[in-house]
Structures are given as structure tokens and as C-alpha cells.
Design a protein around this ligand. Structure first.
Ligand SMILES: Nc1ncnc2c1ncn2[C@@H]1O[C@H](COP(=O)(O)OP(=O)(O)O)[C@@H](O)[C@H]1O
Ligand code: SF4
Ligand SMILES: [Mg+2]
Length: 322
């Protein structure tokens, strides 16, 4: 294989709603290579989960892919038949979500479910699948893994359930792991533990990991490269250090200014960017950040293109040039 493991090119996704067509993604391109951890960051409603769901073949029925391709190992997965897509998702692409309960059925034991997740491994017997499940639970830091297999999801704490969901995702040794807000539902201590776990796992994991988060701290701790999304578009992409130290797009800078980790003292109310994300059913003609941007001028009535600033840094803003 020559290209990156995952390459999304020019992806546009709309949702049909009673209020009209929501343009959730517009011409989004991202890449992730083997061994690389890529972050997707932006406020709520910017299209991060839609992007993750499109790659994981999990878009809801009212979604329509209007343009673009999603290449995985150089094959456009949108052009594969539904059987091949399902197989790819079971074996090669795994997902972890914000709410770990969505990964499990409440009525089956953890063991039954972790065995069932391996149903595509037809050459491995049930006892071996159980051993694999136990070993994976131990690997994600669950003590008494053998006993846990006989328990039910509701008997676990939120943090333990998220570990178990990560174990479930890794059972098939997927080459792409997509984690959509994996720590958002957890308190700060558990969040730190899950970040630590993901950092440990990445050391001996040779696949690509895509981490979606509205939380810059999570992105900073985990990722090599970051895409910043605003109103369904990538507005900046850069290696993590460049993003945190030389952010160029006014939206990225505003996000960084609101990052709690950057405040000098604990604040009762965390700062937020003034204004709201635009209504995605009627997008403005010009730059979609213009209504909230202190630097907006006449030029910004024309939509900016994503401009390369260096080999691995790009931003979508008229004020930014190489
Ligand atoms: N199933 C859906 N039906 C209609 N609109 C949706 C659906 N899912 C998401 N959207 C809309 O798509 C936009 C992007 O949402 P989402 O991808 O969930 O953003 P994020 O994950 O960044 O918070 C939002 O305007 C949201 O309201
Ligand atoms: S193009 Fe204009 S409005 Fe948009 S981010 Fe740049 S300066 Fe602000
Ligand atoms: Mg989301």
C-alpha cells in the first residue's frame, strides 16, 4: 500500500430534516496513516460525529452522501457492497463512542458479548474467544477480568464500561480505531485514566487512531496531527505542536483561548467563544466564521479556500497566507 490507510476526500454529507436540508459536512478531506493518531476538534454541532459515522458506515437513514470518497487501503469504501462494508466494519474499522452503554446489550453478560464480537473469526473456537476476551480486558486494565466476563454491563462503573468498550473495539485487531468523544461522559479522573490507557495502547498498536473531541486537552494529550472543524468544514490542519503554538485560523485561536488548561486560575464559568455556530440549513455565502470573527472585513464575504501554509499546515482564512 502506498497512500495513507484512511483518506477522506471532498466528503459532503446532508441530513434531511423537517426544517430543511442540514449541510453537516462540506468538502471535507482528512488523512490518517498507520501508526498515526489524528484528532478532530471543534465545538458541538460542527460535524465531527457525522464524519466519524461516515467513515464507520454508521450514518442514519436521513443522511445523504452528496459528494466525495472515503478510501481505506486505497479502496473507496462507499462503492463497496453492503456485505463488504459490514465485514470491513467488523474486522478492520472499529468505533468507540461517548456513551459506552451503546456498545453493549443490557441483557447479555460481558463475556457473551465479547465472544459474539468475534463472530467473524470462524477459525477460532468459543473457549479461545473467551480467553482472548479475558486477555483483552486485562490489557485495558480491568482487574479480575475472568470474573467480569460473567457480569453484566450495569454492574460496571462508567470508566470500567468505557475500558470494556475499548477492549471490545480492539478484539478484532482493527487497523483503524475511531473514538468519538471517548472521555466526554467521564469525570476528570476517569478521563485521565482513559487517556493514559489510549496512550499506552498506541505504543504497540500499529493501526491508525482517529480521536474526535470538543476538548482540546484530550487532543493535545493523544494526537500527532489535528483537524479543526467549523460548521462542517476543515478550517485548519496541522501537527499538534504547531496547532497549539502557531495556530493561524481565528477560530482555532478562539478555541485555544477558551481552553480551561490555559486559564491562570480556576474559573467558575469557562469562557466560550461569543456567538453561535451558523444554522447549517442556510449557510452564509462568505466565510462561515465571519459573524463571530473579530478580524472579519469585506474580503470575508467571499468564501475562503483551504490554503497550504507549509507542507503539513493549512488554514481556511483570507487573513492567512504562507
Ligand atoms: N441524525 C441527524 N438528523 C439531522 N441532523 C443531524 C443528525 N445528526 C447530526 N445532525 C446535524 O448535523 C450537524 C453536525 O452534527 P454532528 O456531526 O453531530 O456534530 P458534532 O459531533 O461536531 O457535535 C448538526 O447541525 C446536527 O444538528
Ligand atoms: S476569512 Fe475572514 S471571517 Fe473568516 S476567519 Fe478569516 S478573517 Fe475571520
Ligand atoms: Mg459529536
Amino acid at each position: 500500500m502506498t497512500g495513507p490507510l484512511l483518506s477522506v476526500r471532498g466528503l459532503s454529507v446532508n441530513f434531511r430534516t423537517p426544517q430543511g436540508i442540514v449541510r453537516a459536512l462540506g468538502n471535507v478531506s482528512i488523512q490518517a496513516g498507520a501508526g498515526e493518531v489524528v484528532g478532530i476538534v471543534g465545538e458541538s454541532g460542527c460535524g465531527k460525529s457525522t464524519l466519524a459515522a461516515a467513515v464507520g458506515n454508521l450514518l442514519p437513514g436521513n443522511a445523504e452522501i452528496a459528494a466525495g470518497e472515503i478510501r481505506f487501503r486505497d479502496r473507496d469504501i462507499l462503492r463497496l457492497g453492503s456485505d463488504a462494508q459490514r465485514q470491513l466494519r467488523g474486522r478492520e474499522i472499529a468505533m468507540v463512542f461517548q456513551d459506552p452503554m451503546t456498545a453493549f446489550s443490557p441483557v447479555l453478560t460481558i463475556g457473551e458479548q465479547l465472544i459474539e464480537f468475534q463472530h467473524q473469526m470462524t477459525d477460532v473456537d468459543k473457549a479461545e474467544k473467551r480467553r482472548r476476551a479475558e486477555a483483552m480486558l486485562a490489557r485495558v486494565g480491568i482487574s479480575d477480568a475472568g470474573l467480569r466476563l460473567n457480569g453484566y454491563p450495569h454492574e460496571m462503573s462508567g470508566g470500567m464500561r468505557q475500558r470494556t468498550a475499548i477492549a471490545a473495539a480492539l478484539l478484532m485487531s482493527p487497523s483503524l480505531l475511531i473514538a468519538d468523544e471517548p472521555t466526554t461522559a467521564l469525570d476528570v479522573t476517569l478521563e485521565a485514566q482513559i487517556i493514559y490507557l489510549l496512550r499506552t495502547l498506541r505504543r504497540d498498536y500499529n493501526g491508525a487512531i482517529v480521536v474526535v473531541s470538543h476538548h482540546l486537552g484530550v487532543i493535545a494529550e493523544l494526537c500527532d496531527r489535528v483537524y479543526v472543524m467549523y460548521a462542517g468544514e476543515v478550517v485548519e490542519s496541522a501537527p499538534v505542536d504547531a496547532l497549539f503554538h502557531q495556530a493561524r485560523h481565528p477560530y482555532t485561536r478562539a478555541l485555544l483561548e477558551c481552553d480551561p488548561a490555559r486559564l491562570d486560575q480556576p474559573a467558575e464559568f469557562l469562557p466560550t467563544i461569543a456567538g453561535e455556530i451558523p444554522d447549517l440549513t442556510v449557510l452564509p455565502d462568505g466565510c462561515s466564521f465571519a459573524p463571530r470573527c473579530a478580524l472579519a472585513d469585506d474580503r470575508c464575504r467571499i468564501r475562503p479556500e483551504l490554503t497550504s501554509l507549509s507542507e503539513d499546515h493549512a488554514a481556511r482564512c483570507h487573513r492567512v497566507s504562507p
